[in-house]
Design a protein around this ligand. Structure first.
Ligand code: SAH
Length: 550
């Protein structure tokens, strides 16, 4: 388990037990339902959303509530592919510890630790584990069980009274209570060799084979399989695909690694383990241990420039959620990095001032060029008055091949104008433009000219960065220009903190609009001459701009 667990509670009555569990895992945060739990580290709004978000982030979950609530809440997320973190239900009075999910991620170990601290017996239900104190069918990272069905029969035999011997290096079994005997018929066999598991053995492959390619070619995965077969090595023993750094951006390498189900790593002249076999340009190298194999080369770094959407988690795209879950480093304005929570304790936050865009972009490339998975966080959409352009400009200005080799992606988000418009109805339903009223990065005269032209063209307009303490008069001047083209009855929508707890939406007319009604957390929409409104049942108005024009 590499992430600290999240302790999730529903009511204040669970807080005392939560604190006892937290004493075991000091970096774990207690998530408490907002309004019901005082003193939690992380208030949350919705139990189900919170649990699923934690689960998707791979965060181990210790829920202090009924097991049934946890099961029902996580059910939709269980269908999704991805790693399964440990999930436990703990009785809020500390009287029961029930491991629910994440058998492969050490849930039973966690259950034992918590139960010991709470002085109760954990509700372990895995037979082999109960008897032997270790789960034989879940070898640790770096090892793969060859045949799970054969493994189950093997464990059943042991439970039936058979003894066993260990052949090969299985350090994790040293602490287990196994019925060992030198002359046992059953054996645990740890080997890279390719062969079917026999009836009387538990065959485990250590991932210590490295397939090294000199130059990318088509159908690389098939070639690697051939080379493995030629050398009598099990595909499950493959730890990684290695390639020279200069081929980092070649898509065929990434595709082959994906097809082989192993990481792709790049080397640049460092010493490598000895060659075990070579076949059609593939060198198979054998590391001394899975740990050694895992430490060779470094991955291609990735830089994802993402948009969180306006605020609410439900308006964040799944692609963005995934990038956040996979990130090792996050860069951005502190408010936005906070909006990206929940984050794991092992994810490094590099918060900086909102204005240091180019510096932040370069920092992001430096981290990604070193092989890290980096996310640059913007609110809304990253391409709308946000970080994407700065990141790509930093790359454009750079001649560093390592920066250009980074896997760069821009993941879109729901921009404030679209979020605010949707709340109001469809004020941007016809042609429109987006204008930032900030003259930090462009001369004010340019803004005036664009406002004048947009006004003349009868485009609906969305104003970003409409006003701030440092730019107090600009909005008033902008409205003067707009009023030269639009009647006082022209409709205006003000959306403030859309998608966030303090959300406020208002429709009014251009004649009524005063700069004092607007702050920097507001998105201003000025309708076209055809934008209209009518009362909506339940209060407020529907505002829309029809698709037609006359
Ligand atoms: N990339 C962002 C915009 C950044 S500029 C996006 O696509 O939404 C910052 C401006 O966006 C703010 O001054 C405000 O005008 C607007 N804005 C951002 N989030 C908002 C929200 N949740 N509600 C209303 N306006 C918002």
């Amino acid at each position: 388990m590499n992430a600290s667990p999240a302790i999730v509670i529903l009511g204040a009555s669970a807080l005392a037990t939560a604190r006892r569990v937290q004493a075991l895992y000091p970096r774990a945060r207690i998530h408490g339902l907002q309004g019901r739990v005082e003193g939690a580290d992380e208030p949350y709004q919705d139990f189900g959303d919170t649990l699923r978000a934690l689960y998707r982030a791979g965060t181990p979950i210790i829920a202090l509530c009924a097991a049934g609530i946890v099961i029902r809440s996580l059910a939709p997320a269980l269908q999704e592919k991805g790693a399964e973190p440990p999930v436990l239900a703990v009785a809020e009075d500390g009287s029961a510890v029930v491991p629910l999910l994440g058998g492969l991620a050490g849930v039973n170990r966690l259950a034992r630790e918590i139960a010991t601290a709470l002085e109760v017996a954990p509700a372990i239900t895995t037979s082999g584990e109960l008897r032997f104190g270790a789960c034989l069918l879940e070898p640790p990272q770096g090892y793969a069980l060859a045949d799970i069905e054969q493994g189950k029969r093997f464990v059943a035999d042991l439970l039936g009274g058979e003894s066993l011997r260990i052949e090969g290096d299985a350090p994790w079994l040293a602490a287990a209570r196994l019925p060992l005997a030198e002359d046992a018929r059953r054996r645990v066999r740890v080997t890279c060799e390719a062969r079917p598991a026999q009836r009387d053995e538990l065959l485990i492959h250590p991932r210590q084979v490295l397939a090294e390619v000199q130059a990318p070619v088509d159908d690389l995965a098939a070639l690697v399989h051939k080379a493995l077969a030629h050398a009598h090595l099990a595909p499950a023993a493959l730890a990684a695909l290695l390639a020279p750094r200069r081929h980092m951006a070649d898509a065929r390498l990434a595709e082959a690694a994906r097809a082989l189900g192993v990481p792709l790593r790049f080397v640049a002249g460092e010493p490598l383990p000895p060659v075990h076999g070579a076949h059609e340009g593939i060198h198979l190298r054998l590391a001394e241990s899975p740990a050694q194999a895992a430490a060779i080369g470094r991955p291609r770094g990735r830089l994802s420039v993402i948009g969180l959407g306006p605020g609410a988690a439900e308006h964040m795209t799944p692609a963005v959620r995934r990038a956040l879950d996979e990130a090792q480093d996050l860069l951005g304005y502190e408010t936005y990095v906070k909006m990206a929570e929940p984050l794991r304790a092992d994810q490094v936050r590099h918060c900086s001032d909102n204005r240091e865009e180019m510096q932040r972009a370069r920092h992001a490339f430096e981290l990604a060029a070193g092989g890290r998975r980096v996310v640059v966080v913007s609110s809304g959409d990253p391409g709308v008055f946000a970080m994407a352009a700065a990141v790509i400009e930093a790359l454009h200005e750079s001649a560093d091949a390592e920066w250009h080799n980074v896997e760069l992606e821009v993941l879109p988000g729901v921009s404030a104008a679209l979020a605010a418009a949707a709340r109001a109805g469809a004020p941007l339903g016809h042609d429109f433009c987006l204008i930032s009223l900030s003259d930090n990065l462009k001369p004010w005269e340019v803004i005036e000219k664009r406002l004048d032209h947009a006004g003349a063209a009868d485009l609906a307009m969305a104003f970003y960065n409409p006003i701030s303490r440092a730019r107090p008069w600009q909005l008033g001047r902008a409205l003067e220009i707009v009023r030269q083209h639009r009647a006082a009855e022209t409709l205006v929508v003000l959306g403030r903190d859309i998608g966030r707890p303090a959300e406020a939406l208002r429709s009014l007319t251009l004649g009524e609009l005063q700069p004092e009604m607007v702050d920097m957390r507001t998105l201003v929409i000025i309708g076209s001459s055809l934008t209209r409104r009518f009362p909506r049942a339940g209060g407020g108005d529907w505002v829309y701009t029809p698709r037609w024009y006359r």
